[in-house]
Design a protein around this ligand. Structure first.
Ligand code: SF4
Ligand code: MG
Length: 328
């Protein structure tokens, strides 16, 4: 709720703070148990920062993070450490996220030990179960990370997240470092695991086609803000925000013969230390109106569960509460 993460910009000889990069600038998101929420957007839109702030691997600047009846943002170090058992992260780069000097068995066991789970024998059994659940073999436990391919390493990364039986998994671009041919194997694994264990997943990706494969609901982020969110099918068939439409137009069509106009976005992602006024998408938006330069567009529900932040969909902007904040 209202999650913000600003990074100070320091310049000059005295390292003076001269501004903030607003990586996440007031994000509201919700994930229900058993649901997979996809967060999509270009690199630099704040999706990873959002994921990391939820776990407080980055300290949020502002906002609430409600999980299981607790606001994680207010927890002390020790309580937060204990809560991390229930929220696990799958990293983008399986090469960098596994200690090269430790055997897989050790890597998985130490995760359980760190949270004081089970007896030694129980931990051993759990590790042997989990390695097979992710599609590897028991013999693999006695090898080192360098003995595995990228796809296998990501399976180990997933095993490490699952071994604690977490209530929530945050997967940050878990397939983008892999060859395309391997990506679908890992996505299918996640899809199967999700079904089998009723996982709750936040899946972060810059790739809409990946998100389409796996997620129930999607949130599209642009420059630190959610600009559209809704049920996956609704969002893909009836997207409203011009940015979502541009992202979707780049996807290959499922039906041959059906043509879709490719919307090319003008310019680059603006500098988040100095975002454009009003709707921050306005310099790149082909529907931009005068009001877009001066007035922030807030998320509003357009149909049940489908929210969009765009002046095109506001009935009466003059009387809308919350729309009075005109950004200079
Ligand atoms: Fe485009 Fe204006 Fe909508 Fe922003 S508010 S997406 S600039 S039409
Ligand atoms: Mg990222």
């Amino acid at each position: 709720k209202g999650l913000k993460k600003y990074f100070p910009v320091k310049t000059g000889f005295f390292n003076k703070t001269t501004g903030n990069v607003r990586a996440v600038d007031g994000v509201d998101l919700q994930v229900m148990p058993g649901e997979t929420l996809g967060i999509v957007g270009e690199s630099g839109c704040g999706k990873s920062t959002t994921g990391r702030s939820v776990l407080r691997l980055l300290e949020p600047t502002e906002g609430e993070i409600w999980f299981d009846g607790k606001d994680l943002a207010t927890l002390g170090k020790e309580e937060m450490r204990r809560t991390r058992k229930d929220i696990q992260l799958v990293f983008q780069d399986p090469y960098a996220s596994l200690n090269p000097r430790k055997k897989i068995r050790h890597i998985l066991l130490e995760t359980l030990e760190a949270h004081g789970i089970g007896t030694k024998a129980e931990r051993m059994q759990r590790v042997e179960e989990i390695i097979e659940i992710v599609g590897l073999k028991k013999q693999h436990l006695d090898r080192f990370p360098h003995n595995f391919s990228g796809g296998q390493r990501q399976r180990i990364g997933i095993a490490r997240a699952l071994v604690l039986k977490p209530k929530l998994i945050i997967a940050d671009e878990p397939v983008s470092a892999l060859d395309v041919s391997i990506q679908s194997q890992i996505l299918n694994l996640l899809k199967d695991l999700k079904k089998e264990f009723n996982l709750t997943l936040i899946f972060i990706s810059h790739d809409l086609s990946v998100v389409k494969h796996l997620c129930d609901r999607v949130a599209v982020m642009y420059l630190g803000l959610v600009v559209e969110t809704g049920d996956k099918n609704k969002l893909f068939s009836n997207s409203m925000h011009p940015y979502t439409q541009a992202l979707l137009s780049a996807l290959p069509m499922a039906k041959p013969g059906v043509k879709r106009e490719r919307i090319i976005l003008q310019g680059d992602l603006p500098n988040p230390a100095n975002p454009p006024s009003g709707c921050t998408f306005h310099p790149r938006c082909r529907h931009a109106m005068d009001i877009c330069k001066s007035r922030v567009a807030f998320l509003q529900e357009k149909e049940s569960g489908h929210l969009v932040a765009c002046h095109l969909f506001e009935e009466n902007t003059e009387t809308k509460p919350g729309l009075n904040s005109i950004v200079e």
